[in-house]
Ligand binder design. Structure first.
Ligand SMILES: NC(=O)c1ccc[n+]([C@@H]2O[C@H](COP(=O)([O-])OP(=O)(O)OC[C@H]3O[C@@H](n4cnc5c(N)ncnc54)[C@H](OP(=O)(O)O)[C@@H]3O)[C@@H](O)[C@H]2O)c1
Length: 279
């Protein structure tokens, strides 16, 4: 019954893991405020969530836009008086060699996955600290523990999230606010629909379901765990990397080597540099 009448803000609640979390937590009695950019999808989720939790709401918000986040947080705090738990789940991903990835895509990934969580936490923390209570749950990834081929921008965003979360943990614990990170292996959602069949494919043992991720999120909140890595195989791989980093990197390189594109990247056109045209 721990979640009854708890106000839980979930970013990226219109789809995938966030949607499942919204439904599961509403069923446990929480008041869910969810956000996303797709209003039609949010409306669908709201119908489902309100069956269990009539006071729940969905709000259109791009978490990569600090102004929109400020507006959303102000509305939720005004409507419910507090936010007990913030779940930073909104995220985007892309698998592509880094040199071929436009900087705009790198920026979008960092802005959504990392800065989006930062903006939300920055807005909600003063009220949590004032009450001496609260929990911030950051949905990270196995890609925040282990660098993966052709996922440099995504891994960068999730490693950043993990380092930020670890630092926040120390800063906030004495103030009564808990921090958790959840690092799942690949989950079959819309997130990776376009690249899940590209090589190198994720080993079947590392794949998890949205339901399993949600169970672990709920357990992490209930038991106040800092870090959860799932499935167990991924946790074992992370332990292997931690204890034998050189051997791990050697074996990973051997696995990835045949998938590295040997073709020179296409020139990105005639971009001006600082000194071009200054004769
Ligand atoms: N699927 C995986 O393999 C996997 C594995 C490990 C970790 N994760 C992490 O789990 C989280 C959820 O991913 P998922 O698999 O559930 O993906 P998903 O099915 O694509 O859902 C992503 C959610 O994030 C929202 N979102 C994306 N950009 C946003 C933005 N700028 N502002 C607000 N909302 C935004 C989407 O809503 P709108 O489109 O309506 O904005 C959607 O609700 C992500 O952080 C992801 O990195 C995923």
């Amino acid at each position: 019954m721990q979640f009854t009448n708890q106000v839980i803000l979930i970013t990226g609640a219109s789809n995938g893991i966030g949607r499942q979390l919204a439904v599961d937590l509403a069923t446990r009695g929480a008041i869910v405020a969810g956000c996303g950019r797709s209003i039609p999808r949010l409306k669908e989720v709201l119908v489902e969530v309100r069956r269990a939790s009539p006071r729940s709401a969905m709000i259109g918000c791009d978490v990569g836009d600090a102004e929109q986040v400020r507006g959303m947080m102000a509305k939720v705090l005004a409507d419910y008086g507090r936010i007990d738990i913030l779940i930073n789940n909104a995220g985007v991903g892309m698998r592509q060699p880094f040199v071929d990835m436009p900087l705009e895509t790198v920026e979008e990934i960092m802005r959504t996955n990392f800065l989006g969580a930062v903006y939300c936490a920055h807005e909600v923390l003063p009220s949590m600290i004032a009450r001496g209570a609260g929990h911030i749950v950051n949905i990270s990834s196995g890609a925040g523990k282990i660098g993966t081929l052709n996922m440099a921008a995504y891994c960068g965003s999730k490693f950043a999230m993990n380092g930020w979360s670890e630092s926040l943990y120390y800063e906030l614990k004495p103030l009564g606010v808990n921090v958790s990170i959840i690092c799942p292996g690949p989950v079959q959602t819309e997130f990776n629909r376009d690249f899940r069949d590209s090589e190198p494919k994720s080993p079947a043992k590392l794949i998890v379901t949205t339901e399993a991720v949600c169970r672990e999120v709920i357990k992490a909140i209930e038991k106040n765990k800092f870090e959860v890595i799932l499935p167990r195989w991924l946790a074992l791989l992370c332990a292997f990397k931690r204890h034998m980093p050189n051997l791990f990197r050697h074996l990973a390189q051997r696995r990835f080597d045949s998938y590295v594109s040997r073709i020179a990247p296409t020139p990105r056109g005639s971009r001006m540099t600082g000194t071009d045209g200054m004769d």
